[in-house]
Design a binder for this molecule. Structure first.
Ligand SMILES: [Zn+2]
Length: 462
């Protein structure tokens, strides 16, 4: 079958699927089942997802592999659909674990797979069981429709992405051959809708920001609290932290971020469109103005610079002792390409106090910062094309503001592209890692169509 006729069959098949609002829509139905397996990490219990998925993939002719970790309830799940081997495999990866919930703040049971108003509710609906359902269904459809493949398609459900030690970097150490690929899809970019639900733009992440802990240690005299001295470690640390609270790192745009803001300038309303244009203008005065305005949004603020977030403080051990030291941990999130040691030097200058030492918690951190994945690959082009077709919207590369498991592949030179494969509003986005997390069933259906088309394009024989 030619590529064109495969696509014709594909379109026909998609068009005759059940209506979106029906809970029998296969991606939503699978998501509901995935949500009902509580994989809050810790402990994770990702083996429950492997048990759910293994028979489904096996029945469709996938080679199925469950990689047990030393932790009994924890496993990675791999399903491989064989192609001719003419090209190297494409991998689609989704983490199976989720973060915990504040149960009393949810209006529905987060682990029941509740369907309401056209949405599926539950912890992981967005991050990332929704994506797992989309990726799994898209791969299953290749088998169901017997699409001839020139390369293997590997579906991976990962353990320990949110937390824990048996993550994909553990998996890669002893089982690299099972997850080696030419390129991969993962979580990352967004399909963002406006207030009316129309897709404004699609972003595909080609790099992740890199988290590096920085430690501040203030030294003073340990002594009896009845005779305080000027060299109090807690005061010194507090002064240093106060100085850093008003310090802002400079704007640092990667080529992907630049394109992302150019897209926003094109797809936004004034005055924001003007501020986005300012940011990429190259004129220092305009960049400052653009930065000031767009940085009122914490996400955009995080995209244009390395950020500093104090996360831990540790000082003192009893009420009548002045401690000899006080320590704070700052979680710095770096723009790829920036050297963490340079930032430590700059922070030391800003603090300007020899009694406060600033250092990287791991001196080697930052040398491992991997470059962004190239946009010049068959997978990027296929996803870009499928996204444009699906949503009639602009598609842009993107620097993902948080971390993902992509580093396991990127650090080995394998391109990884990230997308949360469902249209989503800014409001629904705040529910991720928050309360009443949800994803629309229609968005799941469209996302599955997009990923399926991407896989046919990149792995189908043509
Ligand atoms: Zn995630």
């Amino acid at each position: 079958m030619t590529y064109r006729s495969i696509l014709a069959v594909v379109m026909l098949g998609v068009a005759t699927q059940a209506p979106a609002q029906s809970p029998t829509e296969p991606t939503a139905a699978l998501l509901i089942e995935l949500l009902r397996v509580n994989t809050t990490n810790p402990p994770g219990n990702e083996a429950g997802i492997a048990n759910l998925l293994a028979p489904r993939f096996k029945a469709l002719g996938f080679d199925v592999d469950v990689v047990q970790t030393p932790d009994p309830g924890k496993a990675h799940f791999i399903a491989r659909l064989r192609g001719t081997g003419a090209k190297r495999p494409v991998l689609i990866a989704a983490h199976a674990d989720v973060v915990g919930v504040e149960r009393e703040k949810w209006t529905v049971d987060p682990f029941a797979g509740v369907v309401k108003d056209g949405y599926v509710f539950g912890r992981g609906a967005i991050d990332f069981k929704g994506g797992m359902a989309v990726f799994a269904r898209a791969a299953m459809m290749l088998a169901e429709r017997k699409v001839p493949l020139d390369r293997d398609v590997i579906f991976l459900a990962e353990a320990d992405e949110e937390n824990g030690r048996y993550s994909t970097s553990w998996l890669a150490t002893d089982h690299w051959d099972k997850i080696d690929a030419e390129f991969a899809l993962n979580e990352g970019g967004w399909i963002i809708t406006d207030a009316k639900g129309k897709v404004r733009y699609v972003s595909i992440s080609t790099a992740d920001k890199v988290a590096v802990p920085i430690i501040l240690t203030a030294k003073g005299t340990s002594t009896h609290s009845s005779m305080p001295r000027p060299d109090n470690a807690i005061f010194a640390l507090s002064r240093a932290m106060a100085k850093l609270s008003t310090y802002e790192t400079p704007v640092n745009l990667t080529p992907a971020t630049r394109r992302f803001f150019q897209t926003l300038a094109k797809t936004s309303q004034p005055p924001m469109s003007g501020y986005f244009a300012d940011l990429v203008s190259g004129d220092p005065e305009r960049v400052r103005r653009g930065d000031r305005e767009i940085s009122k949004d914490p996400l955009l603020h995080a995209l244009v610079r390395t950020t500093l977030a104090p996360v831990l403080m540790n000082a003192g051990f009893r009420g009548n002792v002045i401690p000899g030291s006080a320590e704070a941990t700052i979680n710095a999130r770096f723009i790829p390409g920036q050297n963490p040691a340079d930032l430590v030097r700059e922070m030391t200058r800003v603090v300007g106090d020899p009694s406060v030492e600033i250092r990287l918690s791991n001196p080697g951190a930052g040398e491992s910062v991997t470059p962004p994945s190239s946009e010049n690959t068959d997978l990027y082009r296929a996803l870009e094309k499928a996204a444009r077709q699906q949503y009639s919207a602009d598609v842009t590369p993107y620097l993902f503001q948080a971390g993902t498991d992509a580093g396991t592949w990127r650090s080995r030179g394998i391109p990884v592209y990230g997308i949360y494969p469902y249209a989503i509003s800014a409001d629904d986005l705040t529910r991720m890692h928050g309360n009443d997390e949800r994803v629309s069933m229609e968005a799941l259906r469209q996302g599955t169509e997009m990923i399926f088309r991407t896989l046919v394009d990149v792995a189908g024989k043509h």
